[in-house]
Design a protein around this ligand. Structure first.
Ligand code: NDP
Length: 269
């Protein structure tokens, strides 16, 4: 059986791989021998990550670059078609592209936020999974979705983001039932705070985001927030044969924060 770090001969499509968790995940797959597809909306970032992948690939494999917006159906079709045209198959789909939104129920733009968050974090995953399932069936491949602890516990002013992630978790569990008999596993990684562009992408200033991460780190049992590599390692585990009996699972990679949040008091003698 190949080891967890050996993805030689595997073709991996990672959405949102032009930055943050997706970029690190793509680089780790490349380092482990995989042929990767780098995608995002910003061409410069896509090329930069593709170059990094090329550098670390043991056989010097070039990453495929596809500039695409996952909220656009045409772009999703082009992304999958180009992957299959270039490599002839797909082994692993990582649905990672997503963003957070801070909003109040009093916000007059609440439905715009709802449509936008759901289009990116959920609808795109449904459509890409629909497009990729026939290809994954041929390779008996697997899917890893990047959800969040926000799919498992509520955050004030983050209702729509939390809803998108809880739905993503349930989508994976249902699909694990439907696709299991086809040999396709479907799993989810649920990170807590990870230092990426996530905070600034949802409108926080760099200072506000840094402060938030310091605050979060203090409340996490492991005393730190996550790095992208923490999440990439969890993804590679779920995508590997080491987890061949795991499907429909939520793998928490959260520094212990979910359990800490569930603790309501401390017993003292
Ligand atoms: P980043 O903002 O650093 O990266 C997001 C990536 O998604 C970028 O590559 C971005 O590229 C891409 N992306 C965003 N929107 C679209 C779109 N419409 N079409 C195509 N690509 C898109 O965030 P993270 O790496 O932190 O986030 C990755 C995932 O991890 C998300 O699903 C997020 O919800 C989840 N997560 C993150 C946590 C964190 O604390 N960082 C915690 C828990 C979960 P571009 O802008 O070029 O399109």
């Amino acid at each position: 059986m190949p080891t967890i770090r050996d993805f030689t001969g595997k073709v991996v499509l990672i959405t949102g791989s032009s930055a943050g968790i997706g970029a690190t995940t793509a680089i780790e797959f490349s380092r482990s021998g995989a042929q990767v597809v780098i995608t995002g909306r910003k061409a410069v970032n896509v090329t930069q990550v593709a170059n990094e992948c090329h550098k670390v690939s043991p056989k010097g494999l070039k990453a495929l670059e596809v500039v695409a917006d996952v909220t656009k159906e045409d772009d999703c079709r082009r992304l999958v078609d180009t992957t299959i045209k270039s490599f002839g198959k797909l082994d692993i789909l990582v649905n990672n592209a997503g963003y957070g939104a801070i909003t109040s129920i009093y916000n007059k733009d609440i439905l715009d936020t709802y449509d936008s968050v759901m289009a990116t974090n959920l609808r795109s995953v449904v459509y890409l999974t629909h497009l990729c399932a026939p290809h994954l069936e041929k390779t008996r491949g697997n899917i890893v979705n990047i959800s969040s602890v926000a799919g498992l516990k509520p955050y004030e002013q983050m209702a729509i983001y939390c809803m998108s992630k809880v739905a993503l978790d349930m989508f994976a569990k249902c699909l694990a039932l439907e696709l299991g008999p086809k040999g396709i596993r479907v799993n989810t990684v649920n990170p807590a705070a990870v230092r990426t562009n996530f905070g600034t992408a949802m409108g926080l200033s760099q200072q506000q985001y840094d402060d938030l991460l310091v605050d979060r780190a203090q409340s996490y049992p492991l005393g730190r927030v996550g790095d992208s590599i923490d999440i990439a390692n969890a993804v590679l585990f779920l995508a590997s044969d080491e987890s061949s009996f795991v499907t429909g699972a939520n793998l928490l990679s959260d520094g212990g924060s979910l359990n800490a949040a569930a603790t309501t008091g401390v017993f003292k003698k």
